[in-house]
Write a protein that binds this ligand. Structure first.
Ligand code: ADP
Length: 191
């Protein structure tokens, strides 16, 4: 079992690099953003609750997200490991994830943290919004709110895992291939 958190602000490339990593290492991708968007598409009660937060660039309440992650892990008992993408985003989510992993005698092996400047993030997200159909990527006010949420609540996640020396910073600017090569080097050193 190898469990990785791919960490970084909105637009830092977590989704793109997750695809590369799961293809190479056979981990189960667990993207809370993707799971929430799927709940919205299916118009579930959870999706309806989450949508209003997401439309404003705010975090969805911890209890909603944590319940969803627990269900997803239960639904994938054969996973060789999970790649957590967009989760955990608050200290409460870190603590809940530790409990979920401990129940299964697993742990987080490494947190790979992509670092990208704010100007580059806004540029990338607006670029993605022009083609992706994601409404939270078309409005600069919502994008800035997401980055603000990241600074207010999510940077604490890095501090949480730094206590256990699990964080490795990776420069998230450059080509997709060169960033992936840096991620791969860190993965291979630990797997
Ligand atoms: P990005 O990181 O590019 O903003 P995501 O797809 O990871 O994209 O997240 C989109 C939105 O979904 C977030 O702005 C937030 O509202 C919600 N969300 C995703 N993951 C979480 C989480 N772990 N906790 C709370 N809200 C979340």
């Amino acid at each position: 079992m190898f469990n990785l958190i791919l960490f970084g602000p909105p637009g830092s490339g977590k989704g793109t690099q997750s695809e590369n990593i799961i293809a190479a290492y056979g981990l189960q991708h667990l993207s809370t953003g993707n799971l929430l968007r799927s709940e919205i598409t299916q118009q579930t009660p959870l999706g309806l609750e989450a949508k209003s937060f997401m439309d404003q660039g705010q975090l969805v309440p911890d209890a909603v997200v944590i319940g969803m992650v627990g269900n997803f892990m239960d639904a994938h008992p054969q996973a060789k490991g999970f790649l957590f993408d967009g989760f955990p985003r608050t200290t409460a989510q870190c603590i809940a994830l530790d409990a979920l992993l401990q129940q299964r005698t697993y742990e987080i092996n490494v947190v790979l943290a992509l670092e990208v400047t704010e100007a580059e993030l806004v540029k990338r997200l607006l670029g993605r919004g022009a083609t992706s159909g994601r409404s939270d990527d078309t409005n600069e006010t919502v994008i800035r709110a997401r980055i603000q949420e990241y600074h207010d609540k999510t940077t604490a996640v890095e501090k949480y895992y730094a206590q256990f020396n699990k964080v490795v910073a990776i420069k998230g600017e450059g080509t997709v291939e060169s960033i992936y090569a840096d991620l791969k080097k860190e993965m291979d050193a630990r797997i």
